[in-house]
Each structure stands twice: as C-alpha cells, then as structure tokens.
Design a protein around this ligand. Sequence first.
Ligand SMILES: Nc1ncnc2c1ncn2[C@@H]1O[C@H](COP(=O)(O)OP(=O)(O)OP(=O)(O)O)[C@@H](O)[C@H]1O
Ligand SMILES: CC(=O)C(=O)O
Ligand SMILES: [K+]
Ligand SMILES: [Mg+2]
Length: 579
Amino acid sequence: MASVTSNSVLCRGLSTNRVTQFGLKNEVPGAKVVPWRTIGSEGKTKGKFRVEVKAAAAVQIGGLEQVKEAKQELGLDAVSEGELREKGFLGMRKTKLVCTIGPACSSPEDLEKLALGGMNVARLNMCHNTRDWHLDVIKNIKKLNEEKGFCISIMIDTEGSQIHVLDHGAPSSVKAEEGSIWLFTTQKLEDYPPFTVQASYDGFSEGIEVGDVLVIDGGMASFEVTEKVGNDLCCRCSDSGLFLPRAKFSFWRDGKLVARNSELPTLSKKDWADIEFGVSEGVDFIALSFVNDADSVRQLKNYLYMRSSRSTRVLAKIESLESLKNMEEIVEACDGIMVARGDLGVEIPYEQIPTVQEEITCVCRELNKPVIVASQLLESMVEYPTPTRAEVADVSEAVRQNADALMLSGESAIGLHGQKALSVLQMASSRMELWSREENRQSIFHQRPLGVSLPDRIAEQICNCAVEMANNLGVDAIFVYTKHGRMASLLSRNRPYPPIFAFTSESGTRMALNLQWGVIPVLVDLSDDDMEGNVSTTMELIRRKGMLKHGDVVMVVSDLAPNHTNCSAFQSIQVKTVV
Ligand SMILES: Nc1ncnc2c1ncn2[C@@H]1O[C@H](COP(=O)(O)OP(=O)(O)OP(=O)(O)O)[C@@H](O)[C@H]1O
Ligand SMILES: CC(=O)C(=O)O
Ligand SMILES: [K+]
Ligand SMILES: [Mg+2]
C-alpha cells in the first residue's frame, strides 16, 4: 500500500494586507523545503485571513475507506498516458499542437493517426469546403474521443471579411508577367477573360488613387494602379509573380498600407451562420478572423453567454494592422490568441513578423491568455518529406518564446506529409523544452499582477509560489483541482518544469485546457466539499494505473472549497511524497 507524506500551506481568504504581510511570494519559495514554521508562528487568525501549517503528516492513500470511488474512471487521454509511461513525467511535451483538417487528413484513419501523433486541437477553416463536410469531421473526431480515449478539442475558424480574388479565369494559379496590363473588377461575368480578376468586395477600390501599389498575398506579385474606370482598377504588373486562388489584396501608398480591410465587418452573415453551426455541434473554440478591436470579441462572447454556451472559448486572430494597434484590449477581451502570420504578412512588411510575434506572445503571457503561433511553420512539407532547417529554427523559436501552441495549416490540410509534419513539431518542441529546462531558461518570470479581488490575487500568488517551489524542489508533477481552469492556467503561465495535471469534473474546462502549455487536463468526478478525498482518490487512481511510484513527489494545488471551512475562498499547496 502506498502512503504519502505531506507538507502544506493552507491559505484562507479574505484580507489583502495579511497576504502581503505573510510575504507568501517572498517567504515560501525562498525557504525552499521547510519554511512552514516561520509562517506558522505568525499565522494566527487576524482579520479574516489565516495561514495554517500542517507539518509532515503522513497521509495514507490506498485504504479502501478513503478511496470511495477508486472504481471510477480517470479521464486521462490515451496519448498523455502513453507518453507518461514511455518518457516519465518530465518527458511529457508541454507545447500544444493544432492541426488544420482538410481533404488530405479528414478520413477517420488519418484523423486517428494525427491523434496518435499528438494533435491536441483540430482546426476547421470555414473558408473552405461545405458545412456537411465539416460536420462529418466533427462527428469523426468526437467518435475517436469517445471510442478510443483521445482528447481532441475542436476549433472552427471563421471566414471573416477580407478583400481577395474571387475569380481570375483559371482553376488554379495564374502567372503575372512584369509589364502586363490587368483589370481588377467587381463586375460579375460568366467567364473572366485573360488578365481580368474579380475582387470579393464591391468597395475595394474606394479611396484608391492612380500610382498606388496593389500587392498580392503580401508580395507574391505587385501592380501599379494606372487608371480608375468607375469602380474598376487598371493596373500594370510591376513585380511578376503568381495569383493563387483566393489570393489576398493590399494597397500601399508611399510605403504605407492603405488599410481597407478594417472597413469590412469582422462577423459577416455567413460567419454568424457558421458560428451557430459550431455552437450547435458543441465545438470548443471559435477563432475569429480579421478581428479589428475588442468589440467584435465581446459581441461574440455575449452571444455565447446568451446561448448558454459558456464553455465555447473565443480566440481572436491577430492578422490585421488594426488588430495590432488594439492588441492589448483584444487580448484582454478574448480567451486566447492566434498569431495568424499568413494574413499578417499581407498587412505589414514581412520582416516585421518575428518581432510582432514576440510582442504578441509576451502580452499573452502577461495577461494569461493562451497563444497559438500559426502559418507556414513547415510550409515546405506541403510538398517535401523533410522540413528546411530554417523552418525547424522558426518552430524552435516559437517554443523558446513560450507559445502555448503551434499550428499546422496546409501541411496537414492538403499536404503530402501531414503526419510527418506533426512529428517534426512534436520532436522540435520537445527538444527545445528540454534545452530550456537544462539551461534553466524558465526560472524567473516577472509577471505583471493580474487579479483585482483578493481571492483572485491569492490564487495568483499561490500559483506563482507553487511553480517556484516545484522547480526548486524538483517535484515530478503538479496536480491541480479546478472547476473553470483558472488555477491551472495561472500555473501554466509560470511555465513550470513538471507537467500540470488539471483534474476537473467539467468537460468544457477539460477541452479548453487542451490549448494551454504544459497542462494535461483530466476528467474525474470531484466532490465540492471534500478536498482531501479528491486528492487521495485521484492519486490512488493514478497510482493504480502504475503511473505514480515510490519516491515520486507531487505538488498539489487547489482552490475548491472544502466543507471544514466557512470561508468562501480556500487555496492550498501541499507537497506529497509517495513512499
Ligand atoms: N476544409 C478544407 N477543405 C479544402 N481545403 C482546405 C480546407 N482547409 C484548408 N484547406 C486548404 O489548405 C490551405 C491551408 O489552410 P489554411 O486554413 O491555413 O489557409 P488559409 O485559407 O490561408 O487560412 P485563412 O483563410 O484562415 O487565413 C488552404 O489554402 C486550402 O487550400
Ligand atoms: C491562420 C491564418 O488565418 C493566417 O495565417 O492568416
Ligand atoms: K479562416
Ligand atoms: Mg488568415
């Protein structure tokens, strides 16, 4: 029978100055192993706040009475379980992986291969294919989750409004030679003659002047506007290149973007219909394309609230000049961010993308929102079976910047080597995480305080301290018990060395946590009023599966209310050793 020894600091809310006075942040991590008594001697109840100390009490787990529900299922996904058995706690990958599902990977067999390869979130781009096609994919993923024990969250990505090519008279790409003359029009014709391109937005040429430069896909080809004829633009190709289907337009004057996309609504009629579809199919994330400000994010969140679909999380895609200007307020309003480098590179000069990416990931860390780095990570693998060295460096850099997740686009959707591309992401991120840990790169994060209310501030301090302690003590895993995922995300924000097992009884919380760095969400029945019971039950369930063994040290962090306190907030850190 395993037993566990435990050291714990129990903190009961509710008065600000007491927390500061006890110096939780400074004292607990600094004192490393047994700092409890110092705190305990001062820790008599004053006001409404109290710090208690439990000294090295041996807690038996494994006794039948204590493990009431040991029969119950532990909702730990098959991939995390396999990874843990193979590589141990510290070997578990922290960076999450998102795959865009397209015709190259939408069969149940291919989806299963991606699931086995570590896909955490499947992305459906509503720009492409039919709703029935998307519905089929959603059903297949849910079936895999139910029948094969995977835990793959589903994201839909809205089309949004953007000026792009609707038709250029050819089924695929068209070459534009330098000096050739082209007509850009919104006229609806049966057939588009050569050198004629239909634009997607009737007002695309408003405010555009002769001499402006029309750039395709952020630099695939460029044209100088030579004449305006009604709404149409006559242009001369000044830099030869390719028109891909749906190629995007941007206009430049004196080296600056003439921002046209920001005039279009972020949520079109079609987007609302797609959102309605996603909500009724129970998707976990809605990624909002071409967000310009926080209003559209709030509008969608309000809508989801009214639809009683609060577990659907809203991700804002940063892919326009306007969204960069309003980045902080957008990050605050949303549940997560995607750095959509494809379209961003149409709106800003591409040499600015690396610094902008770093800025966005930093703001997301500070404001504690998960961030996905997306587009062209392994673009060459759409065709070739190995990545370029530069692509591997780009992936590694995103991991070094502590992005929560990396995304495959065409590599998985239409590529010849989707599974291999996923394994490149998985290997490159594991390698970079190991290096960061060995080099002690994650040690100190100076986090901007987030919480305003005292319980929120306590939760934040507890998580900051817990991670510093966990790293200093070299614990094997952090266990956190959470309803809405807040404590788990606060722990993840500090990027600890050990993995964070987030136990929750809410399925929506589990699916949302799939996107967060280092968090392994586990679905399990939790009692609202028996914290010790929750801890012993879950530890026993994991131990019985052979995944906890003699000598393992687990840090337990919780914010569920136990029955033996009449306080509204209760947070604790305990360190347990399996003996
Ligand atoms: N569901 C799908 N059906 C068919 N093709 C798809 C599908 N999803 C993606 N693709 C193809 O994969 C390519 C890459 O996908 P991705 O969604 O990243 O591109 P995108 O259209 O440029 O993205 P966005 O419009 O969101 O900026 C697309 O250009 C498209 O050709
Ligand atoms: C992903 C996406 O929408 C982009 O990179 O533009
Ligand atoms: K999209
Ligand atoms: Mg885009």
